[in-house]
Design a protein around this ligand. Structure first.
Ligand SMILES: [Zn+2]
Ligand SMILES: [Zn+2]
Length: 429
């Protein structure tokens, strides 16, 4: 078996409270040791001087589109995009066609991910059959097939009764329920946040209350059932506050922020560019500040992309016809550097914790740490290299990125998945 040594890097592993310039040793598929070793012989050495060496990043909110919409993305292209962005594990959402609502569907995802041989993929099962919101999916079978959590993402679970039973059922398997918090009656026909900008532009809005009433409902249901609740893509100040209060009451609730919701606002819609159209929508400056505060104080413990590929011909439609969402895997790191590290909102260990240990805990997967014996998923990132975002160079099949032309710093330099160096150390453009 090969022994890989990554030397001179700043090794950051929040799960061990580790942040020091040292060596990381990998033997076969597993982490062997951290620190200088004399008893081991390396078969390969990577010099990571000036780089950060951390557990492989985990993006727990990704749409891979396969099966059913392979023109937008496939498991192979989506996981290649993940590696390019420094992400070694993704959790994929079940709004495929057909929906990921059976044991066989979960097993198919593992098979395709293995065939592709890029990043690890952990399937998230649908809460309801066909994501129709009517009848619980076969939760037990999905767990058997390897589903790591449950959601109807893309859609909310409209029925409080079904959401209650999902929380109860998933609790028996110690799986989290991931809530896409949206009251569809309040958002119908909306293309952007409801407020000053939507009124000014004459576009139909979606009020913050549409998110907040559902977050409130789901926190109450988590309190009632003792189930584990995770709120996806929190976009509103009110949503952050509800989660903060829920935690104070001892409810088992975690919160997630997406980079676009802490970097962009509804003012972007003045361009009428559909790359600023998503659900939940871009909100206001005050919401952006509240999300950053939620990240700072630990209310929001996960950062995930909600990577939502759409082929160009779909996203180029008129604003009210274009589908929701943007891609995010290949811009995750530099956008976090720009919005969180450079202004001093988060330290590197704090950021890395939200991209490694915390999502691993929500999903209950054995990833997100560099502890000796752990599976060797490692991201080596260059925190300072400047580059210009150009979606034409992305590995993703889709190009719906709102950051084209942004000058940013920081990118993945090498990735290791299960002990194998996947992205070769690269000279950056
Ligand atoms: Zn969603
Ligand atoms: Zn999503």
């Amino acid at each position: 078996m090969n022994t890989l040594r990554i030397v001179n890097g700043r090794v950051i592993d929040p799960a061990q409270n580790l942040d020091q310039v040292t060596d990381l040793w990998i033997h076969g598929k597993h982490i062997l040791a951290v620190g200088p070793q004399t008893q081991h012989q390396a078969t390969r050495t990577i010099d990571a001087a000036g780089k950060i060496v951390c557990p492989g990043l985990i993006d727990m909110h990704v749409h891979l589109r396969e099966p059913g919409r392979e023109e937008d993305e496939t498991i192979a292209t989506g996981t290649a995009a993940a590696l390019a962005g420094g992400v070694t594990s993704v959790a994929c959402m079940p709004n495929t066609e057909p929906a990921l609502d059976s044991q066989a569907a979960a097993e198919f995802v593992y098979l395709q991910a293995q065939r592709a041989g890029h990043a690890n993929v952990f399937p998230v099962g649908a809460i309801t059959k066909g994501r129709k919101g009517e009848e619980l999916a076969e939760i037990g079978g999905l767990v058997e097939g390897g589903a790591v959590a449950f959601t109807d993402d893309g859609s909310p679970v409209a029925s409080a009764e079904i959401m209650r039973r999902a929380l109860e059922y998933c609790r028996m398997f110690d799986k989290a329920v991931l809530s896409h918090a949206e009251d569809l009656d309040l958002t119908r026909g909306g293309v952007m946040n409801e407020g000053f900008e939507s009124a000014r532009l004459g576009l139909r809005g979606m009020p913050a209350a549409a998110e907040e009433v559902m977050i409130h409902r789901d926190i109450e249901l988590a309190a009632l059932t003792g189930g584990r609740l995770h709120i996806l893509h929190v976009s509103t100040a009110g949503g952050v506050e509800l989660i903060r209060n829920g935690k104070r009451r001892g409810v088992s609730v975690t919160g997630e922020a997406c980079p676009h919701h802490f970097t962009l606002t509804d003012q972007c819609l003045r361009t009428f560019d559909s790359n600023y159209k998503m659900a939940p929508p871009l909100r206001t400056d005050a919401d952006v500040r509240a999300i950053i505060e939620g990240l700072r104080d630990g209310t929001l413990e996960v950062i995930a992309t909600d990577h939502a590929p759409h082929a160009p011909e779909k996203k180029m439609r008129e604003l009210d016809q274009a589908p929701n969402g943007i891609i995010g895997l290949e811009t995750l790191l530099p956008i976090c550097v720009l919005a969180l590290i450079e202004p001093g909102h988060l330290t590197w260990p704090q950021l890395i914790e939200k991209l490694t240990r915390n999502p691993a805990r929500v999903l209950g997967i054995d990833r997100g740490t560099l502890r000796p014996g752990a599976l060797a998923d490692v991201t080596v990132l260059d925190p300072t290299t400047e580059w210009t975002i150009d979606p034409a160079r992305f590995r993703s099949k889709s190009r719906n990125c709102p950051y084209t032309g942004w000058k940013v710093r920081g990118r993945a330099w090498a990735v290791v998945v299960g002990g194998e160096v996947k992205g070769e150390p690269q000279a950056v453009q």
